[in-house]
Design a protein around this ligand. Structure first.
Ligand SMILES: O=P(O)(O)OC[C@H]1O[C@H](O)[C@H](O)[C@@H](O)[C@@H]1O
Length: 526
C-alpha cells in the first residue's frame, strides 16, 4: 500500500535533520580521504560510475538517507509508475517513458493497446523509414537522396533530441555511423529558422515536425516558415516533411506529411528523447542501430533504478543526496558540469528536465508544501565554465552543489602533446583538480586568496560518450528527477507554470491588453 506524504511529515526526514553535519574539508583531507574516493562509488550502466566521495555525506548520513528512501517508498512508487498507475495526477495520465526502452514490470494496457508494443511498433516504423531514406528508396521529387534532417520543435521536442544529436555527432563520424547531418529550429525568433534555412540545401532536406500536442505556437509558426521556404524553392512541402506527434493531436491525420510517427500523452515532453521524438531525428542521423544502442543503455540504467538497496541504485542515491543538500543543508542551486564537448547542450536539457518537473510549490494533491523543492539548474561544459562562473562557485557566498561528468577518452581520437601532456589529459586533470579544490579548499592569510572549501560535488565517470553511455546518463537523470519528485511529494510530470505566459502572449497578439501589459506591448512595438 503506497502512501503519498509530504517530506516534512516523514519521521526519517526529521531524524536526518538531527544527524551531525559532515565537515567535507576534514572528510576529504583526513587520513580516510583517499579511501573515501575509492569507496564512495556505485556502478551505473554502460561502464559509468557515480562517485559521491566529495559530497557532504558520511556513513551516518547515508544510513539516514536509506531510511528516508524506505519510508518514502521510493522503490514502490517507481514500480507503481512503470506498472501503469496514474502517477501524473495533475493531467490524469500514466507516466510511461521508461517503457519506450524496455519492459520493467507488468504489461501496461492503455487506450486498448499494450503500450510497450505500441512504442516498439513506432520505433520499427521509424527504422524502416530511416533505412529507406538512407538507401535512396525515399527521395526528393528529383529522385535524389536526402542529406540533411531538420527538426522543428521546442522544449522537450527540441532540447533532449538536440543534446543527444550533438553528443553523438562526432562519435558517429569517427565510427562510420554518420548518415545525415541534423539541424534544429526551435525559437519563434525568425532569425532561428532563417539562419538554419540559409545553412542548408532545402531540396535535399527532410523536416521533422515534432509536437506532442500539435498546438505549440512556436512550432506551428516555424512549420509555416519552412513550408514557405520550400514553396519558394519550387518544392512540394508534403514530400519533405514528416510529423512526430500524439495520435490525438491535430497533426495526426493531416495529409501534409510524407509520414507520421507517434508518441502519446503518457510521455512528458522532457522525457521524450527515447520515444519517437528523439527516435526520428537520431535514426535518420545515425541509423536505427545506433538509436537502439542508446535505448539499451537507458534501459539498463532503468533496471538499476529498481534496486531496493540505495547503495546499489545510483539514481536513487543521487536523488536522496540532492534532497539532503536542498532541504537540510539549504543549498539553492546545482551546477551541471560535463567535462566533454559532446555534452555541450546536456545542461540545457537537464534544466528543462529538472526545473520543469520539480519546480513546484504544491504537492500532488494541490496543497502548498512548507519546504523548498527543485533547485535552480545551470551549467556549461568544462573547462569553459572554469573561465567564467567558477569564481562564484569557489568563493561566492552561496554554496552550489556540483555535478561533474567526465570521460577518460575523447570521441575523435585526435589529440596533441603540448608541454608533456595531451589535451585529453589536461581536460581530465582539470576535473580532478576542481573536485579537490572545491571540497578541500586552501587556507591563505590573504582573505581574497583564501579558499574555504566544503563545496560539495559528485562525478559521473565513464570511458567515452557513446550511444550506450549517453542513454545511461540520460536515464540516470530522468530517474533522479523522478525520485526527487517522489520525495518532495510533487507531481513531476505536469507543467502548469508555463501556461499563463502563453495566454497573455495570445492576448497581446490579439491586441486585447490593458494596464501594464498594454504599456509593455507598446514599448515593444507590437
Ligand atoms: O511537443 P509540444 O506539445 O509542442 O510541446 C513542447 C513544449 O512546450 C510546452 O509548453 C511545455 O512547457 C514543454 O514541456 C513541452 O515540451
Amino acid at each position: 500500500m503506497i502512501t503519498w506524504n509530504n517530506l516534512d511529515t516523514l519521521e526519517s526526514f526529521k531524524e536526518l535533520s538531527n544527524v551531525k553535519k559532515v565537515n567535507l574539508v576534514e572528510a576529504m583531507t583526513g587520513e580516510n580521504g583517499a579511501e573515501r574516493v575509492k569507496n564512495y562509488s556505485v556502478p551505473m550502466a554502460a561502464g559509468l560510475a557515480y562517485n559521491y566521495a566529495a559530497k557532504q555525506v558520511d556513513d551516518e548520513v547515508l544510513e539516514g538517507l536509506k531510511k528516508l528512501a524506505k519510508e518514502a517508498q521510493l522503490t514502490e512508487k517507481y514500480a507503481a509508475l512503470y506498472n501503469g498507475e496514474m502517477i501524473n495526477t495533475g493531467e490524469k495520465r500514466l507516466v510511461l517513458h521508461q517503457l519506450t526502452r524496455g519492459q520493467l514490470g507488468d504489461t501496461v494496457t492503455a487506450d486498448g493497446v499494450d503500450k510497450r508494443a505500441f512504442y516498439v511498433e513506432q520505433q520499427q516504423k521509424i527504422a524502416d523509414f530511416a533505412n529507406k531514406v538512407h538507401a535512396g528508396e525515399i527521395t526528393n521529387a528529383a529522385g535524389e537522396k536526402f542529406t540533411t534532417v531538420v527538426q522543428i520543435g521546442i522544449g522537450g521536442s527540441d532540447l533532449g533530441p538536440r543534446a543527444m544529436y550533438l553528443a553523438l555527432e562526432n562519435w558517429a563520424k569517427k565510427n562510420d555511423k554518420f548518415k545525415m547531418e541534423a539541424k534544429f529550429i526551435s525559437n519563434v525568433d525568425p532569425d532561428d529558422a532563417a539562419a538554419v534555412l540559409n545553412s542548408i540545401d532545402v531540396a535535399h532536406s527532410i523536416f521533422v515536425l515534432v509536437s506532442k500536442s500539435g498546438t505549440t505556437l512556436e512550432t506551428l509558426t516555424n512549420e509555416s516558415f519552412v513550408k514557405d521556404a520550400l514553396k519558394n524553392a519550387g518544392l512540394d512541402a508534403s514530400k519533405h516533411m514528416i510529423a512526430v506527434t500524439s495520435e490525438t493531436s491535430p497533426l495526426a491525420k493531416s495529409d501534409d506529411y510524407l509520414a507520421a510517427f507517434f508518441m502519446d500523452d503518457y510521455i512528458g515532453g522532457r522525457y521524450s528523447s527515447t520515444s519517437a521524438v528523439g527516435g526520428a531525428v537520431l535514426s535518420l542521423a545515425f541509423g536505427p542501430e545506433v538509436f537502439a544502442e542508446f535505448l539499451e543503455g537507458a534501459a539498463e540504467e532503468d533496471k538499476l533504478a529498481k534496486n531496493e538497496d540505495v547503495m546499489q541504485n545510483p539514481a536513487m542515491l543521487d536523488a536522496l543526496i540532492g534532497v539532503y543538500e536542498r532541504n537540510i543543508l539549504g543549498y539553492p542551486s546545482t551546477a551541471v558540469l560535463p567535462y566533454s564537448q559532446a555534452l555541450s547542450r546536456f545542461p540545457a536539457h537537464l534544466q528543462q528536465l529538472d526545473m520543469e518537473s520539480n519546480g513546484k510549490s504544491v504537492n500532488r494533491f494541490g496543497e502548498p508544501v512548507d519546504y523548498v523543492t527543485g533547485p535552480v539548474i545551470f551549467g556549461e561544459p568544462g573547462t569553459n565554465g572554469q573561465h567564467s562562473f567558477y569564481q562564484l562557485l569557489h568563493q561566492g557566498t552561496d554554496i552550489v552543489p556540483l555535478q561533474f561528468i567526465g570521460f577518460k577518452n575523447n570521441q575523435m581520437g585526435t589529440d596533441v602533446v603540448i608541454q608533456d601532456s595531451t589535451s585529453q589529459q589536461k581536460l581530465c586533470a582539470n576535473v580532478a583538480a576542481q573536485i579537490v579544490a572545491f571540497a578541500c579548499g586552501k587556507a591563505d592569510d590573504n582573505r581574497n586568496k583564501n579558499f574555504e572549501g566544503g563545496r560539495p560535488s559528485s562525478i559521473i565517470i565513464g570511458e567515452q560518450v557513446n550511444p550506450a553511455s549517453l542513454g545511461a546518463l540520460l536515464a540516470h537523470f530522468e530517474n533522479k528527477v523522478m525520485f526527487q519528485g517522489f520525495l518532495w511529494n510533487v507531481n513531476s510530470f505536469d507543467q502548469e507554470g508555463v501556461q499563463l505566459g502563453k495566454v497573455l502572449a495570445k492576448r497581446v497578439l490579439a491586441h486585447e491588453t490593458d494596464g501594464a501589459l498594454k504599456v509593455f506591448s507598446d514599448l515593444l512595438n507590437i
